[in-house]
Design a protein around this ligand. Structure first.
Ligand code: HEC
Length: 183
């Protein structure tokens, strides 16, 4: 018969098991808490840094997507001038020197590609013939100052006179008027 004060072999075994169990349990709890804080740290950092980069990223994307020129169709010229004042963001894009083709694509193509408002279509020599017959000086004047449904500067006040002429020369050279442009 064992004395009640002395632990039996089985009791000592239980005690040992319990100690190891506590140790393992403690390590697991510590690990879980560590993982929990790590997760909070990462979650707290990532969206934060993403947000800080967000608006900047969007601005850069906007800049890359900004149109080279903008098209103004009809309307009174007062509001046109106001609405197409170069925005600070797209300003950098329009500061880049453009070719006549690019200017034409950015502004004139809106009507002269599709024939909108009855505009003579680019490379359609039959449609252009009666216009070409007026001579370069008149065509330049009408491109710069407008003529019937043809708005001054193609409706884009952001274009300089020289840019309008460049676009005009490109369009004429594609539409049977090369001899007018390159005399
Ligand atoms: C909003 C539409 C529109 C845009 C944009 C536009 N045009 Fe026109 N354009 C017309 C129309 C419509 C006519 C035909 C006018 C007519 O003879 O009745 C025309 C005619 C012309 C003519 C012939 C004028 C004449 O006296 O026969 C020239 C030159 C011309 N456009 C140049 C340009 C250039 C250069 C641009 C770009 C900078 C441009 N257009 C952008 C609508 C447009």
């Amino acid at each position: 018969m064992e004395h009640p004060d002395h632990p039996t072999h089985a009791q000592r075994h239980d005690q040992h098991f319990f100690d190891s169990f506590l140790l393992v349990f403690g390590v697991l709890v510590a690990f879980a808490i560590g993982a929990y804080w790590l997760a909070i740290y990462i979650a707290g950092n990532e969206p934060g840094s993403y947000d800080r980069g967000g608006p900047t990223q969007e601005k850069l994307i906007d800049q890359r997507l900004a149109p080279i020129g903008d098209v103004q169709v009809a309307g009174n010229s007062g509001t046109q001038a106001a609405s197409s004042a170069p925005a600070p963001v797209s300003g950098s894009a329009s500061a880049v020197a453009q070719t006549g083709k690019q200017i034409w694509e950015g502004t004139c193509s809106a009507c002269h590609q599709t024939g909108a408002l009855g505009a003579p279509r680019i490379s359609n020599k039959a449609e252009w013939a009666p216009h070409l017959a007026k001579g370069l000086a008149v065509l330049e004047d009408h491109a710069l100052h407008g003529f019937k449904s043809m708005p001054a500067h193609g409706g884009n006040p952001a274009l300089t006179d020289a840019e309008v002429i460049q676009a005009l020369e490109y369009m004429l050279s594609q539409s049977g008027g090369a001899s007018l442009v390159h005399k």
